[in-house]
Design a protein around this ligand. Structure first.
Ligand code: 9MG
Length: 402
């Protein structure tokens, strides 16, 4: 006999492997649910609930890590870690439905979180356009701030933006993100009229001259800019504030029924890098999105319109940015596509020692690929061609049958 390790990534790959091994369809159905253990952190469970949960988890073949104080029945609220495979989770949630102390509600939350986490199929849809997100796609950055296309007057600036947009589409971008206000750390807000003057003519021209076969997103947190950009041909709102800087933004997104990126930010671009601190950055981001989703739904936005973005570099220390990249999959709990923007950001410069942002290509691509491996479906980048090539390699590896 020989023993080898087998690296199998997900349920689908396990099913294929079991088929090759000669298992029956019935066997494959059962065994493919046992190949992976899922860890659920459950916060705020009381002592009685925690002990019943542990008993029930063990009875179905899983387990639950409970703090010592809870297991000796000290009253209180605790954080526990549930460890179960898919089959065990199904049995466990059936049992919990009949239990008191909030366990019935927990069963529903576990079921929903699991379903969301496992979701792989997403499609962006707007005005008859469709963009499947089964594989990661590239969103090209089109800054239309005065320093972006500095030579010439207004007409030349629009022309230059259209040209750059065309290049990015040829290089494989599926979305172009048009933004008229810098959100770099320390930057000042731009007055509404100025932002409109920068953004709207560019959106109009790229839609008119470059056709319909791509998505335009508008990078703004101002509802008027979003509204006018959508009327001028944009399809997606990219709001770095998660609908929080402008009260009306969620209403506009609800009214136009367009997809929208909601990003996590701590503070504002002007002050966000002044001593940001997190106990647990991912936990804070998840709590933030729960609130963003709740408020958006109240205003009539459907969850299916939303794309989540942890806001790398927006009120984060280097270790926070790295932690987000490492634990990005935790954001799958919302069952929505994940977008990240890492391109040329300062944490890449700090780690690689490359000071000039335009020279951070290798670090930017590496970070984008790490993000894509960990669940990102949209990568917001400056260097479109190189990122598209890198993602092709990732797809080839992930899809090879071996
Ligand atoms: C405008 N902008 C700059 N960085 C960004 C990021 O990481 N995400 C999104 N959605 N927008 C960004």
């Amino acid at each position: 006999m020989k023993v080898r390790f087998k690296e199998i990534k997900n349920k689908e790959e396990l099913s294929e492997y079991l088929e090759r091994l000669g298992n029956t369809p019935e066997g494959i159905k059962i065994l493919s649910q046992k190949g992976k253990t899922y860890l659920f952190e459950i916060e705020g469970i009381d002592t009685r609930g925690a002990n019943i949960l542990k008993q029930d988890a063990i009875s179905v073949g899983g387990d639950c890590a409970v703090p010592r104080s809870a297991s000796v029945f000290k009253p209180g609220k605790w954080t526990v870690l549930l460890m179960v495979n898919e089959r065990e989770l199904k049995r466990l949630t059936d049992k919990l439905k009949a239990q008191p102390y909030g366990l019935k509600e927990l069963a529903e939350k576990l079921r929903e979180a699991f379903e969301n986490y496992r979701r792989e199929e997403f499609t962006l849809r707007y005005r008859g356009r469709e963009l499947p997100l089964k594989r990661p796609v590239v969103m090209g950055i089109l800054n239309v701030t005065p320093d972006s296309f500095s030579d010439g007057g207004k007409f030349n600036r629009v022309d230059a933006a259209v040209k750059r947009c065309e290049e990015m589409l040829e290089e494989g971008a599926k979305i172009v993100d048009v933004g008229g206000e810098s959100t770099r750390p320390g930057s000042e807000p731009v007055p509404l009229e100025e932002e409109l003057k920068r953004v709207i003519p560019v959106v109009e021209e790229i839609r008119k001259r470059l056709g319909d076969d791509f998505f335009i997103s508008v990078d703004t947190y101002k509802s008027r800019v979003a509204e006018e950009a959508i009327s001028a041909g944009a399809d997606i709102v990219n709001d770095i504030s998660g609908f929080r800087f402008d009260e009306r933004m969620a209403e506009v997104v609800a009214q136009y029924r367009c997809p929208a990126v909601v990003m996590h930010i701590k503070g504002t671009p002007k002050d966000m890098q002044k001593n940001p601190y997190y106990e647990d950055v991912m936990a804070e981001i998840v709590n933030y999105f729960e609130e963003v989703f709740r408020r958006a739904e109240e205003k009539g936005v459907s969850r299916e319109q939303l794309i989540v973005d942890p806001g790398i570099g927006f009120g984060k220390r280097i270790e926070d940015n790295l932690c987000i990249l490492k634990r990005l999959k935790e954001l799958k709990v919302f069952g929505r596509p994940i977008l990240i923007g890492v391109s040329r950001k300062s944490f890449i410069g700090k780690i690689t020692g490359v000071e000039v942002p335009e020279k951070r290509l290798a670090g930017s691509i590496s970070a984008a690929v790490i993000g894509a491996m960990n669940g990102a479906r949209i990568l917001r980048v400056h260097d479109v061609r190189e990122t598209v090539e890198a993602l092709k390699l990732l797809s080839a590896v992930e899809e090879v049958e071996c």
